[in-house]
Ligand binder design. Structure first.
Ligand code: NAD
Length: 500
């Protein structure tokens, strides 16, 4: 029989009893930062200090990279038989499921998302990711090229070596697993730097990976700040590849770091300003309005693929916004530890202020606030913002062009598909997009012409580990998920065998 769901009080009591891992994980064990420094992890739920975490810097990066290199060269993981690597990663997925409540609680306390989401989405999807890549390990074959008869041209994939994974705070565990799954499956050693706002699940995950049998040094976790630990990884001469998820601005820094150091391979999953197009022949306006609301308000709008621009055809705008408002009314901010809460806290005070300042910018630009627009739950001591909808937004305005990364929707009207596609493509980003229409020609024309890594027809955020995830333009390059993700953690070798 499944255990009864926990109440808010039970989650709060578990939170008080938690033994939070707060040291860096280097060479298979927890250690303080070399300089002895720590930083406070403040929970966005109530503004209280959860713990003090090791603040790693360039010295710790040196230690972790050296450990990762030793592990890689030893072959303990990189040359382990694929079916044995598979076993370790399957064990890790199993341990993640066994400790699902603890991981979910850490995630919610650290970055403020609703506990219901951490439990139903983040932790299971993370464990599934590790399992999926574990299962893939011994099913991917190399190639023999179609050469002349007197030779064999072998095309093999080798692990790239020491991979630095730098991840953001919006889906801390899931983004970590999107990197770790394929990087570890292909035999690399990894130095992971979680975001300074959300290091707690990664530290616990490293411990679980060691318990699963991952050799020391294959996975190191360095909590710390971007400008210090993150930059040191980007500039390190012995890191072979950086896999980054985060903002477009920081993604560009990693390209620079690579050029200034050892030309390490860089793959980037960056920001978005994704258009959600609703044509007047949409068909099911209620479903589209529900998806549009969840597409921007899920995870407090802190989603790289958030449908933050609603492009709605002029004649149906009023009706559509009314329907959307009715859905939004059911997604109000609440205590993230309450299992009934659908919208949690913004990750920290700085991000909350940033989002609120964009709301002011929108008003200054002449857009009208149709819904929300304010800070919420101030008495909690935490950081919350109402679901906010702007109407009358100009396509060139800042709230239509810049990534806000909060629960703020910018509504733009258009007439006809050509205008919709022109507006949709009119930002520096190209991550996700969607069109709602019953007309197959319009749907396919949009699918062909939207410059985005992902296009949804009559849906939003439908996805699966089997489908690549990533962007066009300044949303980055390289793909997470699917077998394609393994490409960025391997390099091709051509071996020519002559038959004499
Ligand atoms: P961020 O770019 O500020 O930080 C991401 C990571 O980079 C963190 O670990 C941070 O410590 C590090 N970092 C920051 N400054 C650095 C520097 N100067 N040098 C080296 N490292 C540095 O992003 P964020 O605020 O944590 O996350 C939000 C962003 O992530 C949004 O732009 C969002 O769209 C993006 N994101 C993209 C995807 C995707 O798959 N495309 C998924 C999730 C989030």
């Amino acid at each position: 029989m499944a255990a009864a769901p926990l109440s808010t009080e039970q989650w709060e009591s578990r939170a008080r009893a938690l033994d939070i891992r707060h040291l860096a994980f280097i060479d298979g064990r927890f250690v303080p930062a070399a300089a002895g420094r720590t930083f406070a992890r403040i929970s966005p739920i109530d503004g209280r200090v959860l713990t003090h975490v090791a603040e790693c810097d360039a010295d710790d990066v040196d230690h972790a990279v050296a450990s990762a290199r030793r592990a890689f060269e030893s072959g303990a993981w990189s040359r382990m038989a694929p079916k044995l690597r598979k076993k370790v990663l399957l064990k890790l997925a199993e341990l993640m499921r066994k400790h699902a409540d603890e991981l979910a609680l850490l995630e919610t306390l650290d970055m403020g998302k609703p506990i219901g989401d951490s439990l139903a989405v983040d932790v299971p999807a993370s464990a599934n990711t590790i399992q999926w890549y574990a299962e893939a390990i011994d099913k991917v074959y190399d190639e023999i090229a179609p050469t002349a008869h007197n030779a064999f041209g072998l095309v093999t994939r080798e692990p790239i070596g020491v991979v630095a994974a730098v991840v953001p705070w919006n889906f801390p565990l899931l983004m970590t697993c999107w990197k770790l799954g394929p990087a570890l499956a292909t035999g690399n050693s990894v130095v992971l730097k979680p975001a300074e706002q959300s290091p707690l699940t990664a530290l616990r995950l490293a411990e679980l990976a060691a318990e699963a049998g991952l050799p020391p040094g294959v996975l190191n976790v360095l909590p710390g700040f971007g400008e210090t630990a993150g930059a040191a990884l980007g500039l390190h001469m012995d890191v072979d590849a950086v896999t980054f998820t985060g903002s477009t601005q920081v993604g560009k820094y990693f390209l620079e770091y690579s050029g200034r150091s050892n030309m390490k391979v860089v793959s980037l999953e960056c920001g978005g300003k994704s258009p959600h197009i609703v044509m007047k022949d949409c068909g099911n306006l209620d479903l589209a309005a529900t998806k549009a609301a969840w597409g921007i308000f899920y995870n407090q709008g802190e989603v790289c693929t958030a449908g933050s621009r609603l492009l709605v055809e002029e004649p149906i705008k009023e009706e559509f916004l009314e329907k959307l408002a009715r859905v939004a009314a059911t997604i109000q901010p609440g205590n993230p530890l309450d299992p009934a809460t659908k919208m949690g806290a913004i990750v920290d005070e700085k991000q909350m202020e940033r989002v609120l300042s964009y709301i002011e910018t929108g008003k200054d630009e002449g857009a009208s606030v149709r819904l929300g627009g304010n800070r919420a739950r101030i008495e909690s001591g935490g950081f919350y913002i109402e679901p906010t909808v702007f109407d009358g937004v100009q396509p060139a305005s800042r709230i239509a062009q810049e990534e806000i990364f909060g629960p703020v929707l910018s509504t733009i009207t258009f007439n006809g598909l050509d205008e919709a596609i022109r507006v949709a493509n009119g930002t520096i980003f190209g991550l996700a997009s969607a069109i709602w229409t019953k007309d197959i020609d319009k749907a396919l024309t949009a699918a062909r012409n939207l410059r985005a890594g992902m296009v949804w027809i009559n849906g939003w955020d439908e996805d699966d580990i089997t489908v690549p995830f990533g962007g066009f333009k300044q949303s980055g390059f390289g793909r997470d998920r699917s077998l394609h993700a393994m490409e960025k953690y391997t390099q091709l070798k051509s071996t020519w065998i002559s038959i004499r």
